[in-house]
Design a protein around this ligand. Structure first.
Ligand SMILES: Nc1ncnc2c1ncn2[C@@H]1O[C@H](COP(=O)(O)OP(=O)(O)OP(=O)(O)O)[C@@H](O)[C@H]1O
Length: 511
């Protein structure tokens, strides 16, 4: 298959907002692909490369100035082998070697193909938002139900490999994607509860009510003496958190997978700010803050996969293996008991509580009703689209943020407001240093960013606004914190923003 065909599909998928139209386009492309082309094609359209990172920086790409080929001739196989060669380059002289390989590749590419390659290699095509659409397209093209494909993707975190398995081995090959020790599973997520009372009533009281800690999500795996620690975005941070590794290595079991939250505490035992916990996840992290784990789920124990077991069973197993490290929990409380637990959580400086159905299974990667969060204040996780240069005291700093909500159909984020409130001097300095690394272009007032950075915004509400493309604007938005643990694909959607409009606004999309 010609690369040109893939590039054309990428363009038409990006240009339509209709989920159905995207699926139709992707399906048609996959049906034309040879079986061995499925994996790279799915990877590229999701902005990934099967080789992983290949060490080509933005500067190298920007510095390439090669005349485009007049006609498309590159094939999918040509690009696959070029990426293999690029990934294989190492050692002295590797920059020059990469530049020469890229020069050859770009000389064989048309203008459209060159732009696609720049976006792919520069990470700009990476759009997790397309994952759901692609999963549906893979199932349709392979003639399979969507559920086994989705499950394989969630268990492995590897869309392209699951797609290849769907095409070559069907449902049986997909079933082979099981929870594997050392390979992280997409975490299960929660929905906002209408109220504590409503959440208890929905499950007839058969719930676990747990503190919702304002730390960072961790998933730990252990097989004998080997331990891994992953973040919410499935990043391996094992080497940054030796104290967690040690603790997991000492649990009374041979193999285990636990889900939980981790936090650094003050001397008084109160949670430290989220940023301080997250700072421990970096490569050059300060080691003076000790992280404490608070586990709330057990997905595997000594050979038993527990994803499909009810939460009540998983919590029993969790108790047996990591009882002293469990998150504070009460079982099947009445409303008074649940309110007291919420009060205790807030009183200790935590965010709120989670109410979880004891009958529910672990639905990896899903945000459902089985886990409901109850917390007092309203926040949205939005994508930073750009920042304007400050004035007055903030001259020379990137200050006023342009904020976007995710398009659930996989298009670019939709701008919903701006804010410069809540930015401390340290955060202003950080923005000014960090943002240019994510720059797509700039004008006199503003540095525009690729949609990569997620920020948590506190707000009083939203209002109808003809000025913004989504028809809604934030009211009194202020920055609460950055969310390095979230990708743009996990930001809140424009629908979530619109849902905050006061009832009775009579907007066309609300009906
Ligand atoms: N007891 C708990 N059970 C599950 N998740 C918990 C618990 N305590 C804290 N958390 C955190 O809450 C997150 C789940 O909430 P949610 O699905 O809304 O994610 P989120 O979008 O990060 O939420 P928020 O922005 O409100 O923190 C988990 O990813 C985890 O980090």
């Amino acid at each position: 298959m010609l690369l040109h065909t893939v590039v054309e599909t990428s363009r038409s998928v990006a240009s339509t907002r209709s989920r159905k139209a995207k699926i139709t386009e992707l399906r048609a492309l996959l049906e034309r692909a040879a079986p061995h082309e499925v994996e790279p094609v799915v990877a590229w359209l999701s902005g990934e490369m099967t080789q992983g990172r290949i060490g080509v920086g933005y500067r190298t790409l920007a510095g390439l100035d090669v005349a485009p080929a007049p006609r498309p001739s590159l094939t999918v196989d040509d690009l696959s082998s070029a990426l293999d060669r690029l990934a294989g380059v190492s050692g002295a002289g590797s920059t020059a070697a990469r530049r020469s390989l890229l020069g050859d590749l770009f000389a064989a590419a048309t203008g459209d193909e060159q732009r696609f390659l720049v976006a792919l290699l520069g990470g700009e095509l990476r759009q997790g938002a397309l994952e759901g659409v692609m999963t549906d397209a893979v199932a349709a093209a392979a003639g399979l139900p969507v559920e086994p494909v989705r499950r394989a993707v969630m268990l492995s975190g590897r869309l392209a490999q699951a797609a290849a398995a769907a095409f070559t081995g069907g449902v049986d090959a997909l079933a082979a994607f099981r929870l594997e020790l050392g390979r992280p599973v997409r975490p299960m997520l929660a929905s906002p509860a209408d109220s504590l009372d409503a959440a208890l009533t929905e499950f007839d009281g058969a719930v676990s009510v747990e503190y919702k800690l304002d730390g960072a999500r961790i998933q730990v795996h252990r097989r004998d003496e080997d331990v891994w620690v992953f973040t919410r975005t499935l990043r391996d941070i094992t080497s940054s958190v030796p104290e967690l590794v040690e603790l997991v290595r000492n649990l009374p079991c041979r193999s285990v997978v636990l889900d939980g939250e981790t936090l650094a505490l003050t001397d008084a035992g109160r949670p430290r700010p989220f940023q301080e916990t997250m700072s421990r996840f970096g490569a050059r992290s300060e080691r003076d803050l000790l992280l404490h784990p608070y586990f709330f789920d057990c997905l595997h124990l000594d050979g038993d996969d527990l994803l499909d077991a009810p939460l009540s069973t998983r919590l029993d197993r969790l108790d047996g293996v990591a009882g002293p490290h469990r998150i504070p929990t009460v079982f099947a409380p009445d409303l008074d008991g649940a309110e007291a637990h919420l009060g205790a959580a807030l009183g200790s400086g935590h965010e709120g509580v989670m109410v979880k159905s004891l009958a529910s299974t672990y639905t990896a990667g899903r945000r459902g009703r089985a886990w409901q969060k109850v917390k007092p204040e309203h926040t949205l996780d939005l994508v930073v689209l750009g920042a304007e240069w400050g004035y007055g005291r903030r001259t020379g700093y990137l200050s006023n943020l342009r904020l976007g909500a995710r398009d659930p159909d996989g298009g670019p984020p939709i701008m919903v407001g701006k804010t410069f409130k809540g930015l401390t001097d340290a955060v202003l300095r950080w923005q000014t240093e960090e943002f240019p690394r994510h720059e797509s272009h700039r004008d006199a007032q503003t540095v525009y960013l690729r949609p990569e950075i997620v920020v948590e915004i506190e707000l009083d509400g939203v209002q109808v606004s003809p000025r913004y493309p989504g028809g809604v604007a934030l009211r009194f938005a202020r920055v609460l914190r950055y969310r390095p643990d979230k990708s743009a694909a996990e930001a809140d959607t424009i629908d979530a923003v619109r849902a905050l409009l006061p009832a009775g606004d009579g907007l066309p999309w609300k009906g």
